[in-house]
Design a binder for this molecule. Structure first.
Ligand code: G3P
Length: 217
Protein backbone atom coordinates (compact mmCIF):
# COMPACT_ATOMS: atom_id res chain seq x y z
CA UNK A 1 0.00 0.00 0.00
CA UNK A 2 1.32 3.43 -0.94
CA UNK A 3 0.93 6.46 1.32
CA UNK A 4 -0.41 9.83 0.21
CA UNK A 5 -0.55 12.87 2.50
CA UNK A 6 -4.02 14.36 2.95
CA UNK A 7 -3.27 18.04 3.44
CA UNK A 8 -2.72 21.39 1.75
CA UNK A 9 -0.12 22.48 4.30
CA UNK A 10 3.17 23.15 2.50
CA UNK A 11 5.36 22.69 5.60
CA UNK A 12 3.78 19.31 6.37
CA UNK A 13 4.25 18.22 2.76
CA UNK A 14 7.91 19.28 2.72
CA UNK A 15 8.56 17.45 6.00
CA UNK A 16 6.79 14.27 4.81
CA UNK A 17 8.78 14.31 1.57
CA UNK A 18 11.97 14.36 3.67
CA UNK A 19 10.82 11.14 5.34
CA UNK A 20 10.77 9.53 1.91
CA UNK A 21 7.47 7.74 2.42
CA UNK A 22 4.80 9.70 0.59
CA UNK A 23 4.14 9.22 -3.10
CA UNK A 24 1.28 11.65 -3.58
CA UNK A 25 -0.96 14.27 -1.97
CA UNK A 26 -4.72 14.68 -1.76
CA UNK A 27 -6.36 18.02 -1.06
CA UNK A 28 -9.95 19.14 -0.72
CA UNK A 29 -11.62 22.55 -0.36
CA UNK A 30 -11.83 22.22 3.45
CA UNK A 31 -8.12 21.44 3.73
CA UNK A 32 -7.17 24.30 1.40
CA UNK A 33 -9.39 26.83 3.21
CA UNK A 34 -7.91 25.72 6.55
CA UNK A 35 -4.54 27.00 5.30
CA UNK A 36 -6.03 30.43 4.49
CA UNK A 37 -4.76 30.12 0.95
CA UNK A 38 -5.23 33.29 -1.14
CA UNK A 39 -4.19 31.86 -4.50
CA UNK A 40 -5.59 28.35 -5.04
CA UNK A 41 -3.72 27.71 -8.28
CA UNK A 42 -0.38 28.93 -6.93
CA UNK A 43 -0.66 26.73 -3.84
CA UNK A 44 -1.54 23.63 -5.86
CA UNK A 45 1.29 24.33 -8.32
CA UNK A 46 3.72 24.60 -5.42
CA UNK A 47 2.53 21.26 -4.01
CA UNK A 48 2.89 19.70 -7.47
CA UNK A 49 6.49 20.91 -7.65
CA UNK A 50 7.38 19.50 -4.22
CA UNK A 51 5.93 16.00 -4.66
CA UNK A 52 6.74 14.08 -7.85
CA UNK A 53 3.54 12.04 -7.64
CA UNK A 54 -0.19 12.41 -8.17
CA UNK A 55 -1.72 15.51 -6.54
CA UNK A 56 -5.51 15.36 -6.21
CA UNK A 57 -7.32 18.67 -6.58
CA UNK A 58 -11.05 19.12 -6.13
CA UNK A 59 -13.24 20.70 -8.77
CA UNK A 60 -15.12 23.56 -7.07
CA UNK A 61 -18.20 24.02 -9.25
CA UNK A 62 -21.44 22.15 -9.94
CA UNK A 63 -22.99 21.04 -13.23
CA UNK A 64 -21.51 18.83 -15.92
CA UNK A 65 -20.25 21.57 -18.25
CA UNK A 66 -18.73 23.83 -15.57
CA UNK A 67 -17.08 20.82 -13.90
CA UNK A 68 -15.55 19.62 -17.17
CA UNK A 69 -14.31 23.12 -18.02
CA UNK A 70 -12.80 23.66 -14.58
CA UNK A 71 -11.24 20.19 -14.52
CA UNK A 72 -9.61 20.84 -17.91
CA UNK A 73 -8.27 24.13 -16.60
CA UNK A 74 -6.95 22.60 -13.35
CA UNK A 75 -5.30 19.77 -15.27
CA UNK A 76 -3.09 22.31 -17.07
CA UNK A 77 -1.55 23.51 -13.78
CA UNK A 78 0.96 20.67 -13.62
CA UNK A 79 1.58 17.30 -15.26
CA UNK A 80 0.92 15.40 -12.01
CA UNK A 81 -2.58 16.82 -11.36
CA UNK A 82 -5.47 14.46 -10.69
CA UNK A 83 -8.90 16.12 -10.56
CA UNK A 84 -11.30 15.11 -7.82
CA UNK A 85 -14.83 14.62 -9.06
CA UNK A 86 -17.69 13.76 -6.67
CA UNK A 87 -19.45 10.39 -6.89
CA UNK A 88 -22.72 11.68 -8.32
CA UNK A 89 -24.52 11.05 -11.61
CA UNK A 90 -23.10 14.33 -12.93
CA UNK A 91 -19.69 13.30 -11.63
CA UNK A 92 -19.89 10.06 -13.60
CA UNK A 93 -20.62 11.91 -16.82
CA UNK A 94 -17.77 14.32 -16.13
CA UNK A 95 -15.42 11.43 -15.29
CA UNK A 96 -16.15 9.59 -18.52
CA UNK A 97 -15.49 12.73 -20.61
CA UNK A 98 -12.25 13.57 -18.76
CA UNK A 99 -10.99 9.97 -18.82
CA UNK A 100 -11.37 9.88 -22.61
CA UNK A 101 -9.26 13.04 -22.79
CA UNK A 102 -6.55 11.41 -20.68
CA UNK A 103 -7.24 13.57 -17.62
CA UNK A 104 -6.83 11.54 -14.44
CA UNK A 105 -9.81 11.49 -12.09
CA UNK A 106 -10.02 10.71 -8.39
CA UNK A 107 -13.70 9.74 -7.95
CA UNK A 108 -14.21 11.14 -4.49
CA UNK A 109 -16.81 11.18 -1.72
CA UNK A 110 -17.43 7.47 -2.38
CA UNK A 111 -19.47 5.77 0.31
CA UNK A 112 -20.53 2.54 -1.40
CA UNK A 113 -19.27 -0.25 -3.61
CA UNK A 114 -21.79 0.71 -6.29
CA UNK A 115 -20.44 4.26 -6.49
CA UNK A 116 -16.87 2.95 -6.74
CA UNK A 117 -17.78 0.39 -9.39
CA UNK A 118 -19.50 3.01 -11.54
CA UNK A 119 -16.55 5.38 -11.09
CA UNK A 120 -14.20 2.65 -12.28
CA UNK A 121 -16.39 1.86 -15.27
CA UNK A 122 -16.49 5.56 -16.18
CA UNK A 123 -12.70 5.52 -16.33
CA UNK A 124 -11.60 6.99 -12.99
CA UNK A 125 -7.93 6.43 -12.20
CA UNK A 126 -8.72 6.34 -8.46
CA UNK A 127 -11.79 5.88 -6.29
CA UNK A 128 -11.78 7.26 -2.75
CA UNK A 129 -13.99 5.56 -0.18
CA UNK A 130 -14.27 7.84 2.89
CA UNK A 131 -13.73 5.45 5.76
CA UNK A 132 -13.92 7.80 8.77
CA UNK A 133 -17.09 9.55 7.64
CA UNK A 134 -18.85 6.17 7.29
CA UNK A 135 -17.62 5.16 10.76
CA UNK A 136 -18.98 8.50 12.04
CA UNK A 137 -22.54 7.50 11.09
CA UNK A 138 -22.25 4.02 12.58
CA UNK A 139 -21.28 2.13 9.42
CA UNK A 140 -18.18 0.00 8.91
CA UNK A 141 -16.13 2.22 6.59
CA UNK A 142 -13.33 -0.29 6.15
CA UNK A 143 -15.80 -2.94 5.01
CA UNK A 144 -16.56 -0.73 2.00
CA UNK A 145 -12.83 -0.60 1.19
CA UNK A 146 -12.62 -4.40 1.48
CA UNK A 147 -15.67 -4.83 -0.75
CA UNK A 148 -14.31 -2.48 -3.44
CA UNK A 149 -10.86 -4.09 -3.45
CA UNK A 150 -12.40 -7.58 -3.56
CA UNK A 151 -14.72 -6.79 -6.45
CA UNK A 152 -12.09 -4.90 -8.48
CA UNK A 153 -9.78 -7.92 -8.13
CA UNK A 154 -12.43 -10.16 -9.67
CA UNK A 155 -12.42 -8.05 -12.85
CA UNK A 156 -8.87 -7.79 -14.22
CA UNK A 157 -9.92 -5.19 -16.80
CA UNK A 158 -10.47 -2.72 -13.94
CA UNK A 159 -7.23 -0.83 -13.32
CA UNK A 160 -8.74 1.81 -11.02
CA UNK A 161 -6.83 2.11 -7.76
CA UNK A 162 -8.52 2.30 -4.38
CA UNK A 163 -7.54 5.16 -2.06
CA UNK A 164 -8.65 4.64 1.55
CA UNK A 165 -9.57 8.22 2.49
CA UNK A 166 -10.97 10.02 5.52
CA UNK A 167 -8.35 8.15 7.55
CA UNK A 168 -8.53 9.17 11.21
CA UNK A 169 -5.99 7.00 13.06
CA UNK A 170 -3.13 4.54 12.46
CA UNK A 171 -5.41 1.50 12.85
CA UNK A 172 -7.25 2.64 9.73
CA UNK A 173 -3.91 2.33 7.87
CA UNK A 174 -3.33 -1.17 9.20
CA UNK A 175 -6.81 -2.24 8.17
CA UNK A 176 -6.54 -0.56 4.74
CA UNK A 177 -3.23 -2.32 4.05
CA UNK A 178 -4.70 -5.67 5.10
CA UNK A 179 -7.73 -5.00 2.91
CA UNK A 180 -5.43 -4.54 -0.09
CA UNK A 181 -6.11 -0.85 -0.68
CA UNK A 182 -3.58 0.46 -3.20
CA UNK A 183 -3.18 3.72 -1.28
CA UNK A 184 -4.13 5.27 2.05
CA UNK A 185 -4.24 9.04 2.14
CA UNK A 186 -3.39 10.10 5.66
CA UNK A 187 -3.48 13.41 7.55
CA UNK A 188 -0.14 14.53 8.92
CA UNK A 189 -0.99 13.65 12.54
CA UNK A 190 -1.71 10.05 11.49
CA UNK A 191 1.54 9.85 9.51
CA UNK A 192 3.42 11.00 12.62
CA UNK A 193 1.62 8.41 14.77
CA UNK A 194 2.33 5.58 12.30
CA UNK A 195 6.05 5.57 13.07
CA UNK A 196 5.69 5.91 16.83
CA UNK A 197 5.93 2.99 19.26
CA UNK A 198 6.72 3.36 22.98
CA UNK A 199 8.82 0.18 22.95
CA UNK A 200 11.02 1.66 20.22
CA UNK A 201 11.60 4.78 22.36
CA UNK A 202 12.34 2.68 25.46
CA UNK A 203 14.65 0.44 23.41
CA UNK A 204 16.62 3.38 22.00
CA UNK A 205 17.04 4.92 25.49
CA UNK A 206 18.20 1.60 26.97
CA UNK A 207 20.66 0.89 24.17
CA UNK A 208 22.18 4.36 24.51
CA UNK A 209 22.36 4.10 28.33
CA UNK A 210 24.00 0.65 28.13
CA UNK A 211 26.44 1.88 25.53
CA UNK A 212 27.40 4.88 27.70
CA UNK A 213 28.18 2.52 30.61
CA UNK A 214 30.47 0.37 28.44
CA UNK A 215 32.17 3.28 26.73
CA UNK A 216 33.02 4.86 30.13
CA UNK A 217 35.05 1.80 31.16
O1 G3P B 1 -9.32 12.41 1.81
C1 G3P B 1 -10.57 12.81 2.24
C2 G3P B 1 -10.42 13.47 3.54
O2 G3P B 1 -9.80 14.68 3.37
C3 G3P B 1 -11.67 13.62 4.31
O3 G3P B 1 -11.31 13.42 5.60
O4 G3P B 1 -11.45 13.58 8.01
O5 G3P B 1 -12.62 15.26 6.57
O6 G3P B 1 -13.48 12.96 6.71
P1 G3P B 1 -12.27 13.83 6.79
Amino acid sequence: MRIFLDTANIDQIKQAVKLGVISGVTTNPSLVSKEGVADYAATIKEICSIVPGPISVEVLVEGVKPMIEQARQISTWAPNIVVKIPATAEGLEVTSVLAKEGIKVNFTLCFSLNQALLGARAGATYVSPFVGRLDDIGHDGMQVVKDIVGVFQKYPEIHTEVIAASVRHPEHCVAAAKAGAHIATVPNNVLVQMIQHPLTDIGVSRFLADWKRVSRK
